[in-house]
Design a protein around this ligand. Sequence first.
Ligand code: HEC
Ligand SMILES: [Cu+2]
Length: 355
Amino acid sequence: MLASLAPILADLPPLWPTQASAQAGPIDDLYIFLTVVSAVMTILIFVAIIVFAYKYRRRAHPHATQIEGSTKLELAWSISPFLIMLIMFVWGAKLYYAAQNPPKDAMEVFVTGKQWMWKIQYPDGGREIDELHVPVGQPVKLTMASEDVIHSFSIPAFRIRHDVVPGHYDSVWFTPTKPGRYHLFCTEYCGNQHANMIGWVDVMEPKEYANWASGGGAQGTLAEQGEKLFQQFGCSTCHLLDQQGRCPILRGLYNKPVQLNDGRTVTADDAYIRESILDPNAKIVAGFEPNVMPQFKGQVTEENVIQLIAYIKSLSPSTPASQQGVQQRPVVIAPGATGAMPNVKSPATQEKQPR
Ligand code: HEC
Ligand SMILES: [Cu+2]
């Protein structure tokens, strides 16, 4: 009986998937710590139940006696679990914080989840479905959007997983450490074909990767694709590149502060630009009118938005703001007069380049 089980057991995947990213080891260490603490506590509790059940059984103690509490004992079993939990909290918070903050030199890849596939876009314009190619040793940041329902992007070998919620961007990052081919899953039930929403990550040696990537996009870089869409959707008729009419100039917009007509200041990051395209009235730039820019929700796909953002990004030189001189985008100050179209401009503020 046992002998016939052996081949089945040998075929089972290992308890822990391969560790193929820089964060896999530290995450496993924490997980092992949690498991060991839970196991030890469980054993302690069960041993105590059995020992006390025997020691204080009714036959040996027909008459109940009063036991006074022990402050020392109570303090010990309150404070020690508290300290152990604190270790879990600090350890977990550290890993969580690291997971939320991709390094600045991370390579950017865009992922769109759609029933039932993962669409991948690279900055050079290349695109794939259910396949992600990355070079070993290079931090990679994924910016993820959903075209329909909630999906969840997971690469067990990298110990990463993140929900991809429609309506905004989610992101994860990792540094692959081992060349190979790893599974990529959707881990949120997202419809009847959910189980087929599976792909592969190919981690390649840098040279091999350069070879693979040299093909690039057949339709130009992501930014070039975005530029085409910018013409196609008529954005260019309103947003002139160098001349401010009824519409803000988009050159130099990326990652700069934007003053809104309600007095708030926001940063023009991916999420802000995405919202400005899909739902322009959500935030109105100070000095401009609402209801001028048409809503593009339903007309442009999440993939199109990623291309448009890449184009708008390419209009911003990546030199630090302090060196941009005249190219820097003027910050528009909200005009006091209501509805006044011409706007007062202040000289460019010397903003530090936000991360
Ligand atoms: C009919 C003219 C018009 C068209 C067409 C138009 N926009 Fe706009 N856009 C505006 C106006 C007016 C504003 C400023 C008011 C606001 O914040 O919605 C604006 C704001 C923006 C902003 C925020 C700018 C900032 O300075 O913060 C972005 C980004 C943007 N548009 C992108 C686009 C893209 C991309 C397209 C094409 C898909 C497009 N727009 C098409 C008129 C237009
Ligand atoms: Cu899914």
